[in-house]
Design a protein around this ligand. Structure first.
Ligand code: IMP
Length: 429
């Protein structure tokens, strides 16, 4: 059997949580492959809103297994809170949540290093979520990291102390006071490690391979977005993991030949949280209108998200890198009420017209070239089929399909599970 992948094509916050939750009924296993608690995947159903940071978004479905893959980084404290919250919703976590022994652990000192490093960068800061993501992946590639499987070893505490000492040496180079916080953070962390030990830890790559041999269906769930990818994003204003389709191979141990459908999610407009280039940003009352109407505030940090028009060259770039087979368009409802909508179809770069994202996107060097499309006034939140949609909305979708050459298979017109319209079958088989 094969694996399908679902990932974000912009700067994150596209609505992956909602769509994974909707698609879970088609899969036996949902597996997160990268990132950590910097993510905030929001699900809404039965009038309740749930935000997941590290746990896969299939967790509310009784029949699916949910794997936290080796490519994920786990903060045990945040993880414990997430699990405790799921228990209040009667989710059988012991049975349905499986954690890779090869996933790396975020230490309290990783969080402190993240904060110290951002502070030292001053106005050049990345705008990190300060969850310790960057320092943890640095320790992973630097071969210093602690992994979930290490907590089962007798030498764990000793290894923890060694790494903490190394981090304290690094912290001493910064003008950053942390001693007071560390003690409290550490005791909370140790408590959470004991909690983690009681959950189901697995050799996830073997689990996935066996599942494939047994003809099980798997959906790999990405976090953040392709334009935040450490290689292909707007470096250095990126996260520290491979957010693109390739990350599902390294983050789960899945061979590229096993991947079948790649679902790419994008918003009908663009948002970005944190610093970094954003060619189509609207820094006026239109942008603030989108922010309010779309509730564009980070689900992890609460920070307002910057808003802008849909950027097609950036979308096409993400489609190519990921091999997207199906597009999923989110938040079309937020664009209701505009007379005219702008869509970026190219750029002027250092005075020349180009149709792709260039290497350098220094402020002022890259100006978007827009095509104007007719807007629609109708409220789309109760729409249950595309047939009943305003013509201008249909044309907007058609324009994206023609420009990208990829079909839009799902449109979402609100945060609830029910506000989802399937235009093309997404059922496996
Ligand atoms: P970090 O991954 O917390 O270090 O943050 C690096 C950059 O990625 C910052 O600009 C963050 O705002 C952004 N970022 C990280 N995770 C997410 C996410 O889940 N959604 C949107 N932006 C994110």
């Amino acid at each position: 059997m094969s694996v399908d992948v679902l990932l974000g094509l912009q700067w994150g916050d596209e609505g992956k949580g909602k769509i994974v939750d909707v698609l879970t009924q088609n899969y036996d296993i949902i597996a997160r492959f990268q990132g950590g608690p910097n993510a905030g995947h929001t699900l809404e159903f039965d009038g309740e809103k749930h935000v997941l940071h590290t746990i896969p978004s299939g967790i509310f479905h009784k029949t699916s297994a949910n794997v936290v893959g080796n490519g994920v980084v786990i903060d045990p404290v945040i993880f414990k809170k997430e699990v405790e919250n799921l228990l209040t919703h009667k989710v059988d976590v012991k049975q349905s949540l499986l954690i890779s022994r090869k996933a790396h652990l975020i230490l309290p000192t990783h969080r402190l290093l993240d904060a110290a490093s951002e502070k030292a960068k001053g106005k050049d800061k990345i705008g990190s979520t300060l969850k310790g993501i960057g320092p943890t992946y640095m320790d992973k590639t630097g071969r210093n990291g602690l992994r979930v499987g290490d907590i089962e070893l007798e030498s764990f505490y000793e290894r923890y102390q060694m790494l903490r000492k190394k981090h304290e040496q690094l912290l001493s180079h910064y003008d950053f006071a942390y001693q007071q916080d560390l003690q409290t953070m550490e005791s909370e962390w140790m408590e959470a490690i004991a909690y983690l030990k009681e959950l189901t830890l697995i050799d996830s790559e073997h689990f996935i391979h066996e599942a494939l041999r047994a003809q099980k269906t798997i959906l790999a769930e990405g976090a953040q977005g392709s334009l935040l990818d450490v290689d292909f994003g707007s470096y250095p204003f990126v996260t520290s993991s491979t957010t693109t389709c390739a990350g599902s191979c390294t983050g789960l141990g899945v061979a590229p030949t096993k991947i079948k459908r790649v679902f790419g999610i994008f918003k009908a407009y663009c948002t970005r949280v944190g610093s970094g280039p954003f060619p189509t940003e609207i820094d006026d009352e239109y942008g603030r209108g989108m922010q309010d109407k779309g509730h564009e505030y980070g689900s992890t940090t609460g920070r307002p998200r910057r808003c802008g028009w849909l950027d097609l060259p950036a979308l096409k770039y993400a489609i190519e890198i990921n091999g997207v087979t199906d597009l999923i368009m989110m938040k079309g409802d937020v664009l209701s009420g505009f007379d005219q909508l702008k869509v970026c179809t190219g750029y002027t770069y250092r005075g020349t017209q180009i149709d792709h994202l260039p290497y350098s996107t220094e402020e002022g060097e890259l100006q978007p070239v827009y095509t104007e499309l007719e807007g629609w006034q109708e409220d789309l939140t109760l729409l249950n089929s595309l047939e009943n949609a305003p013509d201008a909305f249909k044309k907007y979708i058609q324009f994206v399909e023609e420009e990208t050459g990829v079909p839009v298979s799902i449109v979402s017109v609100g945060p609830d599970r029910a506000q989802t319209i399937e235009l093309r079958s997404v059922t496996r088989g």
